[in-house]
Design a protein around this ligand. Structure first.
Ligand SMILES: NC(=O)c1ccc[n+]([C@@H]2O[C@H](COP(=O)([O-])OP(=O)(O)OC[C@H]3O[C@@H](n4cnc5c(N)ncnc54)[C@H](O)[C@@H]3O)[C@@H](O)[C@H]2O)c1
Ligand SMILES: O=C(O)[C@H](O)COP(=O)(O)O
Length: 394
């Protein structure tokens, strides 16, 4: 039985892919796999039993990825699975930033009398707004979400400028030719009426937008943060708004100091909270973790390379090691010395670590246990696992 631990509410459509005969959910504190959303895993012990962590979502700043890598734990995420949900919320927030409809709706709810219609017509001028068409939107980070926001804002009639020095080739192909590419991030700050940020939280994106960047913006600019709280310096935003040097800020991340300010809208992290996004993310997270547990195959990992190989032999050995010279030679030698025949083998490196799958034509479990012991004792090998071929159609 494979033990899985979950944190947060993972959509049942995803969890249903873990067959009851093979998977026990939340029955052990020594799980092989963890599935989570925004739970801060830094606050929990990571037992040695854990082989893989699957984030049903995109941001992995709530997972101690470096520690996982050192321990040979593979971390997966589901980029793009919730992008449409975030895009729709960003577009809604852009529209709400120019049309005070929520104030209008709330005002009407407290109107009394039989002349409601007349009062509405008389007061509606208080709730007049502006239009997005023809205004300029700056999109920082043109990944799954940023690219969708840029394309759809263009379709709404906005002029759109994007900035992403690391944009992937696949995403670059999906972005409309009408989206101007900024060479420097400052072009976005100085020229845009609306600025939205869609980058991961990393050391180099912490306070990517702070006092200096806000000072470059138009006083009439509106800023949107649906990426991570720490990417924007919220104190600098408050100062700028109070000094009329920034017109508005919308964020998806709660922060006490942002509450009860005019021109600041705070959402309770709703970006990915749609039934569709939750289902998509859970299904993909479960599928990748399950495939890794059952076959050793790695897809969509943030800390190990993608490694896939059809599984036809009776047993497979998976090895995580430091990416140093002659590891493959040593692995092959240990297996050959035990007189085990290698059917197939694949190895991929990524930065300081590498991952190897070795399919062996051997059924003698004692011989296999012996080879595993020798591999585990080899310098720079971090983790060795043996998987018995099951009758699964991978
Ligand atoms: N509010 C929510 O509920 C919600 C939902 C999903 C994702 N997110 C956040 O949004 C982030 C982006 O999500 P995504 O699905 O688009 O991810 P993604 O990985 O598809 O795209 C991120 C993009 O940011 C770019 N980038 C990285 N550093 C940059 C920098 N310094 N300047 C400019 N571009 C940079 C990358 O090249 C990439 O194209 C996630 O990391 C997550 O933190 C929030
Ligand atoms: O990074 C993400 O995917 C989002 O922030 C979604 O977070 P959630 O799964 O907690 O809604």
């Amino acid at each position: 039985m494979h033990q899985i631990k979950t944190f947060n509410a993972i959509a049942p459509e995803g969890m249903a892919r873990l067959e009851k005969e093979k998977y026990a959910i939340n029955e052990s504190e020594q799980p092989e796999g963890i599935i989570l959303r925004s739970k801060k895993l830094q606050e929990s012990e990571l037992p040695d039993s854990v082989l893989g962590v699957a984030r049903a979502g995109t941001g992995v700043n709530n997972i101690p990825v470096d520690l996982c890598t050192e321990k040979g734990i593979v971390v997966f995420n589901t980029p793009g699975a919730n992008a449409n949900a975030v895009k729709e919320l960003v577009l809604m927030s852009l529209l709400l930033s120019v049309r005070p409809v929520i104030r209008g709706i709330n005002w009407l709810q407290q109107v009394t009398g039989s002349d409601v219609e007349e009062q509405a017509e008389a007061h509606k001028k208080q709730f007049a707004g502006r239009e997005l068409e023809g205004k300029k939107l700056g999109v920082i980070g043109l990944g799954s979400i940023g690219a969708m926001v840029a394309n759809d804002a263009y379709r709404l009639g906005m002029e759109v400028m994007g900035y992403d020095p690391y944009v992937s080739v696949d995403t670059a192909w999906s972005i409309s030719r009408r989206v101007h590419r900024a060479k420097e991030i400052s072009e976005i700050f100085t020229s845009c009426d609306f600025i939205t940020v869609h980058v991961p939280l990393q050391e180099k994106t912490f306070h990517l937008i702070g006092q200096k960047e806000i000072a470059m913006m138009k006083n009439s600019a509106q800023l949107f943060n649906f990426a991570r709280s720490e990417i924007v310096d919220n104190s600098a935003v408050i100062e700028a708004i109070e000094a009329d040097e920034l017109a508005g800020f919308t964020t998806d991340f709660a922060d006490e100091k942002l509450l009860h300010h005019d021109h600041i809208t705070v959402l309770p992290h709703l970006g990915a909270s749609t039934a569709e996004a939750e289902t998509n993310s859970a299904k993909i997270a479960v599928r990748t973790l399950k495939k890794f547990i059952e076959t050793g195959v790695i897809k969509r990992s943030v800390n190990f390379p993608p490694v896939e190989m059809a599984f036809h032999s009776p047993y497979r050995i998976t090895i995580i090691n430091r990416n140093v010279p002659n590891m493959l030679g040593q692995i092959s030698a240990v297996i050959a010395d035990s007189e085990i025949n290698i059917d197939n083998m694949i190895n991929r490196g990524r930065d300081d670590y590498a991952y190897t799958l070795v399919d062996i034509d051997e059924n003698d479990e004692r011989k296999i246990a012996d080879v595993v012991e020798k591999l585990r004792a080899t310098d720079d090998i971090i983790r060795v696992r043996v998987i018995k071929k099951e009758e699964v159609p991978y």
